[in-house]
Structures are given as structure tokens and as C-alpha cells.
Design a protein around this ligand. Sequence first.
Ligand SMILES: C[S@@+](CC[C@H](N)C(=O)[O-])C[C@H]1O[C@@H](n2cnc3c(N)ncnc32)[C@H](O)[C@@H]1O
Length: 274
Amino acid sequence: MSQETEKYIDFIRSLSGLDISVYDNTFLEKTINSRKVDTSSKTDQEYLSYLTNVPEEPAELLRQLSNSYSEFFRNPLTFSYLEQIILPQLIEKKKIRNENEIRIWSAACASGQEAYSLAIVCDELIGNNNTKINCRIFATDNNPNELMDAQKGVYYSTALGKVTLKRIQTYFTLKGETYTINPQLRDKIDFSVFDLLSDQASCPPASVYGNFDLVFCSNLLFYYKPEYRDSILGKIGNSLAKGAYIITGETEREILMGKNYREVFVHSAIFQKR
Ligand SMILES: C[S@@+](CC[C@H](N)C(=O)[O-])C[C@H]1O[C@@H](n2cnc3c(N)ncnc32)[C@H](O)[C@@H]1O
């Protein structure tokens, strides 16, 4: 890490108490460089002075470091495996064991798109399966603003590009230019703030004991340095039930390869703990 990057880390720590050294070096430096360009700062000294003197800039830098882009059914291949293989198998397993709950955690849910996509698939499968099994979905993020948006469940059409017309008609209500998730679906999800890097709890307190059948940890790991990725994976690993699944983003598969996980389908980004 360069001396300049360390200066930014020290500055943000002294200003806000936040530790941005947890971010992957390349990502951190790329984000700082992009802010330098956007603020027409020619040197690090100029940008540091901009950060110090323009009150909105530290928040803008932090906002860009905490990317919260998401969309419904973001990785269609993953959702297709879930819908056609993983969830039907889980339903059968629960029936055989006389258990009535599938436990799912969307561990960095941003403004809810991933959790609602899961809720839609579960609702359809359970409706078609004539079963008493319930899908309990816990959705967490460390950003309270994202969670507030998630709970509102209001989206522009750009987030719905991969949602079929039938699903839009069934699960959303169009009001003006936005689509609102139907309250029956929203009420099936338990939203709460949870920091995957905090030492306080190993799983969302609302879930009480974890024991998840499926955890989505998608498009978050690659922003962090390897030791923090390991810490997040350790936490999630401890919250998984035996034989449970963890799902990452498409470009994060490599992070789990060679670790204590087995990719269930080639290139699927769906892993099972060994
Ligand atoms: C790029 S979004 C991914 C959203 C969704 N999982 C997806 O794949 O579309 C990353 C999210 O991770 C959240 N996040 C980052 N660090 C986190 C942490 N330490 N604990 C919990 N959430 C975190 C961010 O607030 C953001 O909403």
C-alpha cells in the first residue's frame, strides 16, 4: 500500500472512526483515483485538501467505497439452479425429516432485490408444492439506509429487467413510475442491520441460532482484503446447517475455490460446505 493511501486511511479514521484499510488495496486505490478525477484534483495532496475542506466529500468517498448496486434475479443461472434443483431438494429433505422451515439468509441484501427475488421463488415453489413448509428469509446489511429502502420495497423499472412480466404482475404494484413489492411478500422477510465484520454476533440476532439452509453472500467479498473475506466466510460458515449452501457473486467464485467449499455445479457460484 502506498504512503498516500495510508494518509487517506488515517484521515478517514480520524474524521469518522471508520477503518477503510479493510478494503482490497486495488479497489481502494481505484476508488480514490476516481474521486481525484471527479474533483479535478491533480495530486494526492490536492485531493486530501479537498477531502479536508469540502464537508460533503468524505461521505461521497465512503459512499463510493460501499457499493450497493443490486438488481432482482441478478445472476439468472444461480436463480435457475435454485428454483429447479436446490430449493425443490430442500423441500423434499424437510418433508422427509418432518421439519417445516427452510432458513435463508441474504447477508448483504442492499435495498432488498436479492431477498425479494428469493421470496418470489420460494412463494412459487411452495404454492405449487402444496406443502406446509415455510421459507424464512432473513435479510441484513450493514447500511441502515439500504435497509430502510429494502423495507419500503419501491423500485424503478431498471432494477426489474430480469423479472418476468408474470412475476411483475403477481408481486408488484405499479404506482406512477415505480413498482412496489406487495406487502404479503414483504412481510415474509425479516430485515435487520448486521455487520458481517463485527465480532458481536455470528449471525443476525433475529435468526436466534442461525442454522441456515442457504446463505447469499453475493457481490461483497471482492471489496475486502483477503483476511476480511476469510473472517466473513468463517462467520457465515458457522451459521450454516449441515449440508447447507452458500452463494457468491459470479466474479467471486475464485475466492471460495480451494477453501473448505465444493462448487455444486460448475460456474454456478453455488457452494456446499465440505
Ligand atoms: C454490491 S451490494 C450487493 C447486493 C446483493 N448482495 C447483490 O449481489 O446484488 C454490496 C452490499 O454489501 C453491503 N456490505 C458491505 N460491507 C458489509 C458488511 N461488512 N456487512 C454487511 N453488509 C455489508 C453494502 O452495504 C451493500 O449493500
